[in-house]
Write a protein that binds this ligand. Structure first.
Ligand code: SF4
Length: 254
């Protein structure tokens, strides 16, 4: 499933409410630093010169969309996600600055949200851009390197959970941690971030980061790896329970 427009929707998001979607990755294929086994956009494709929308094109598309939908529909949120990792855009900071300015002008109550896989947090301008947003929804799918690599298949195979946690720590808990729970297999390897050992390692990362909100979710649509299992609502509630007991706000999408 690919998003074919720079500004699309608004759509009702099970996690975010009435969401005006922003796509700043290529419109024809996914471009990401992960290749998650559950990615709804399919597998990464090798493309030599990916075409990204320019900052001006993004600004124009958002303004046109806001003029078209207001005042009948006011978005709760303007959300950057879509066909890959939005923070890869070389003008990501400028695009977020423009978006915040348009939001202030047209729909000041709307939140600006970014869903990111956390892999670009070592870049100062990405951290700066994310600080301008109202919601930073940042991925950590496992507490161990082995399971993170099996699930997310990072393009940079040296990426570690420790490094991601270090990067996430700069927000001092002012972000939403997002984790997809799943089981299955891929290329003959077991995928399971719900075992007691995996959960312990993930809880440990959560305790280091103390995020203001935790979103845990299950696979919901067709996935590129077919041998994946959707975790039940009851099991997700069991996963969330120790964190809720400790006072964390946990949102379960299952
Ligand atoms: S981080 Fe998101 S876009 Fe990238 S592969 Fe994973 S699910 Fe797909």
């Amino acid at each position: 499933m690919l998003f074919g427009e720079i500004a699309y929707g608004p759509i009702h998001s099970r996690r975010l409410g009435t969401s005006l979607g922003m796509e700043i990755m290529p419109l024809e294929h996914k471009l990401c630093t992960f290749d998650c086994v559950y990615c709804e956009c399919g597998w990464n494709e090798k493309v030599d010169h990916p075409q990204l929308p320019t900052r001006d094109e993004v600004l124009a598309a958002l303004e046109t969309k806001l003029r078209a939908i207001l005042p009948e529909t006011t978005p709760d949120v303007i959300t950057f996600s879509g066909n890959g990792e939005p923070t890869l855009h070389p003008d990501f900071l400028g695009i977020i600055e423009d978006t915040c300015a348009l939001r202030d002008q047209y729909c000041p109550a709307a939140k600006v949200s970014v869903l990111s896989n956390s892999t670009q947090l070592g870049r100062q301008e990405v951290v700066q851009a994310l600080r301008l947003c109202d919601n930073r929804i940042l991925k950590l799918d496992a507490g161990t390197d082995e399971m993170m690599r099996r699930i997310d298949q990072p393009v940079n195979s040296d990426l570690t959970v420790e490094r991601i946690v270090e990067w996430l720590a700069v927000f001092q808990g002012d972000f939403t941690l997002q984790t997809c729970f799943l089981r299955g297999s891929h290329n003959g390897l077991v995928i399971d971030n719900t075992t007691p050992e995996e959960l312990d390692a993930w809880y440990c990362a959560v305790e280091k980061l103390r995020p203001k909100q935790i979103m845990i979710y299950v696979i919901d649509r067709k996935t590129p790896e077919e041998h994946l299992e959707k975790i039940s609502r009851e099991e997700m509630e069991r996963i969330a329970a120790p964190l809720i007991e400790k006072g964390y706000e946990v949102i379960i999408s299952a």
